[in-house]
Design a protein around this ligand. Sequence first.
Ligand SMILES: Nc1ncnc2c1ncn2[C@@H]1O[C@H](COP(=O)(O)OP(=O)(O)OP(=O)(O)O)[C@@H](O)[C@H]1O
Ligand SMILES: [Mg+2]
Length: 244
Amino acid sequence: MAAALRIAGLKKSFGGLPAIADVTLEVAEGERRLIIGPNGAGKTTLFNLLTGDLSRDAGSITLFGEEVARLSTWRRCHRGLARTYQIITLFPKDTLEHNVALSLLGLSRRRWSMFGRLPASFYADAREVLARVGLEKVASRPIAEVAYGEKRRVEIAMALAQKPRVLLLDEPLAGLSREERGQLKSLIAGIPRETTVVMIEHDMDTALDLADRITVLHYGRVIVEGTRAEVVADPKTREVYLGH
Ligand SMILES: Nc1ncnc2c1ncn2[C@@H]1O[C@H](COP(=O)(O)OP(=O)(O)OP(=O)(O)O)[C@@H](O)[C@H]1O
Ligand SMILES: [Mg+2]
């Protein structure tokens, strides 16, 4: 199978300190890849480099064979890349459906949010995708009035509305109750294989069963990579998580 995403020799430092020291990895089309690693390992920085929210110091990023490292976030988005953020970035006073509809505009979200109404088809798409994540009943409520777990699902709906070919999820399960985690995990498991999913999780146990392959990042480097069984059995994984 072709690679959806190929990263080679990727580097990014902040003030001389490497956050991504040297990362090379490949995610196959349709794969579910889990990226784990302790606080500060560079997981979110890696996503920021993939989307262009940050520019890299060195290295190559290819999406379906095309080099995208020099392209703007907007252009990468148009080539099928979508993400959620670790910290929720929604407009609290706007309704769920308006937030999702805005996401269809990509980078011009803020400008459009000031103008108000969007094309009707955007709302139709927004409602459809909100139904997919089980939020159709609260679609016309303001974001500020729904629970945290529902906000997280709105974020995923926003990314799905873009019909991404590669979806990046940054700790989508963080801060959720056990029940909500279960719901969100089945939602993620139900994303069709046309979409390649790369998911960051801080806690190794939470998301293991969603992954085909797992990459362990530590100090900006890939220290272990393989199937679930291989990664769990590798002593380096235990070293990072248990400190011995
Ligand atoms: N914009 C920035 N400016 C300066 N330093 C940064 C910036 N973004 C990240 N860093 C640093 O880069 C390193 C990696 O951070 P990153 O947020 O990628 O880690 P992470 O693996 O996502 O951690 P967590 O599990 O806590 O979310 C950290 O030392 C962090 O302080
Ligand atoms: Mg992070």
